[in-house]
Write a protein that binds this ligand. Structure first.
Ligand code: NAI
Ligand code: MG
Length: 495
């Protein structure tokens, strides 16, 4: 697909070697064991949707249809909640934490056994590079199940001196950027706490969720403990609004988060929201610049920039701004963009045509508002939704690309002179999910991490995650935490 620019500079490699040298393809060949059709997972069984409606799931890397995915309507969601309620009252809510933990450990181990298969399926359905799904998404998902399995028989330490009780049935809706990992983030703490679940994966990426349902069957998880209802926005609304859910958790756009909050205002339901972000990655002139450049690249191009905590606003101190921009321009020419299944690919496919269009629209707005565009000159595959790694310099705070979440491989670069100006600019956003600070001074790191209004602040690194570490936002990035002891508190009643 064409991108916003027509003429583009040649990459260093093209200048030196022309088209003579090219890497051989190194595709991952493990069998993802896909089915041609995926039904809903309700009460421990795969069942057809009551209205018989299905939607296609496309491989964004080559635009080929992978499978038909069931679309749940209100009746299906009702059936899922009935199964969850029965499992909550009859089995899961009564079971000892020690026993629940055994099931969760089993799920973690079975996922590890089938890790390669899940990684390939995740990459084909969502477009992320295989090296990320293989080395990050799947191992991290297993780690979340392991970590929370360990908590299941130690819940008296979640709120020491107080008693904790499960909510009962919880409803969850997740996005398409980390389909399996977000599923694990949502399911593992809820299960450890003794809740049962109705969850909806995102419409473009339901396959690994429904593959995980196969693992629930293999693990003998009691029927109804986890119910997976695939579908689009209306299915999500039915999951969030259902009267049986005593707690709901949502990860996705701030726009939809607000719709859900409005719909649930005045009800007794507990809520947690993990919404968008527009993180500042702040580079001071005393930072190790080459390391910072790697952190900036990882911060914005990891998962094609489809990351809520992506370092999408680079704030760089004026005295080193030119040097950093030159290094970044050079660095993006060697990012390998292309077949997500190729083990050498750094940047895969944009998750959907809709998202590609949204990114391109925002990039065009950046050009129109006067920012300077720099794009990688790499060759893009003829089919699939690929977007060139993009930098914008000369960005000011009023530009749309400095304010809105682009959720794509697009970095907006701004400059600052003093520490106070960096803090002021970093916090001048509706969001507050994450931030990065690059400096040699420990005292400055401490000052910045106190003053930045962001749930996570990384220092001299970026995009580091661990199940033990709580993650969540300030302001329009949402509320509630996922991971660690704090994450468990959001899935229980403290009595
Ligand atoms: P979205 O917020 O519409 O989708 C997330 C999930 O919400 C999906 O499972 C979707 O089916 C569900 N959903 C949609 N409407 C719903 C409703 N009324 N009630 C309940 N659930 C509903 O996000 P979308 O449209 O895919 O992406 C648009 C933009 O949102 C992106 O460009 C990005 O900027 C942002 N986004 C941010 C995410 C984050 O983690 N920060 C994740 C996904 C999108
Ligand atoms: Mg897909």
């Amino acid at each position: 697909m064409p991108t916003a620019t027509k003429s583009r500079p040649k990459s260093n490699r093209e200048l030196i070697f022309g088209d003579l040298w090219e890497y051989d393809p190194a595709p991952e060949t493990a069998d993802p064991k896909l089915k041609s059709r995926y039904d809903l997972f309700i009460n421990g069984q795969f069942v057809k949707p009551k209205r018989g409606k299905y939607m296609p799931s496309i491989n964004p890397g080559n635009e080929v249809k992978l499978a038909d995915i069931a679309v749940a309507d209100q009746d299906d969601v009702n059936a899922a909640y009935a199964a969850a309620k029965k499992a909550s009252d009859g089995v899961w809510g009564k079971m000892s934490g020690l026993e629940r933990g055994k099931y969760i450990y089993r799920i973690a181990r079975l996922l590890q056994d089938r890790a390669r298969e899940f990684a390939v399926a995740e990459t084909m359905d969502g477009g992320k590079p295989i090296k990320e799904s293989r080395d990050f998404d799947v191992p991290m998902a297993a780690a979340h199940f392991f970590y929370h399995a360990g908590w299941a028989d130690k819940l008296e330490y979640v709120a020491p001196g107080r008693e904790v009780k499960p909510h009962g049935v919880v409803g969850q809706v997740i996005p398409w950027n980390f389909p399996l990992l977000m599923l694990a983030w949502k399911l593992a703490p809820a299960l450890a706490m003794g809740n049962t679940i109705v969850i909806k994966p995102a419409e473009t990426t339901s396959i690994t969720a429904l593959k995980l349902a196969e693992i629930f069957q293999e693990a003998d998880l009691p029927p109804g403990v986890v119910n997976i209802v695939s579908g689009e926005g209306p299915t999500g609304a039915a999951v969030m609004n259902h009267p049986t859910a005593s707690k709901v958790a949502f990860t996705g756009s701030t726009e939809v988060g607000k719709i859900i909050m409005r719909a649930l205002a005045g009800t007794e339901k507990k809520m947690t929201m993990e919404l968008g972000g527009k993180a500042a990655n702040i580079v001071f002139d005393d930072a190790p610049l080459d390391q910072a450049v790697e952190g900036i690249i990882n911060g914005i191009f990891f998962n094609q920039g489809h990351v809520c905590c992506a370092g999408s606003r680079l704030l760089v101190q004026e005295s080193v701004a030119d040097a950093v921009l030159e290094k970044l321009k050079r660095r993006i020419t060697v990012l390998r963009v292309g077949d997500p299944l190729d083990k050498n690919t750094d940047v895969g496919a944009i998750n959907s045509k809709e998202q590609w269009n949204r990114i391109d629209e925002l990039v065009k707005s950046g050009v129109k508002e006067g920012a300077d565009l720099h794009q990688s000159a790499c060759k893009l595959p003829p089919k699939g939704y690929y977007y060139r790694p993009t930098l914008f310099s000369g960005v000011s705070m009023s530009h749309q690309i400095a304010r809105e979440e682009i959720f794509g491989p697009v970095l907006s670069i701004l400059t600052f002179r003093t520490v106070d100006e960096a803090v002021e600019k970093a916090n001048n956003t509706a969001y507050g999910l994450s931030a990065g600070v690059w400096t040699d001074k420990g005292s400055r790191i401490l000052k910045m991490s106190t003053e930045l209004k962001a749930g996570v602040v990384w220092a001299n690194t970026y995009n580091k995650f661990d199940p033990t570490s709580p993650f969540g936002g300030y302001k329009e990035s949402g509320f509630g935490r996922e991971g660690g002891r704090q994450g468990l508190l959001d899935y229980c009643k403290v009595v």
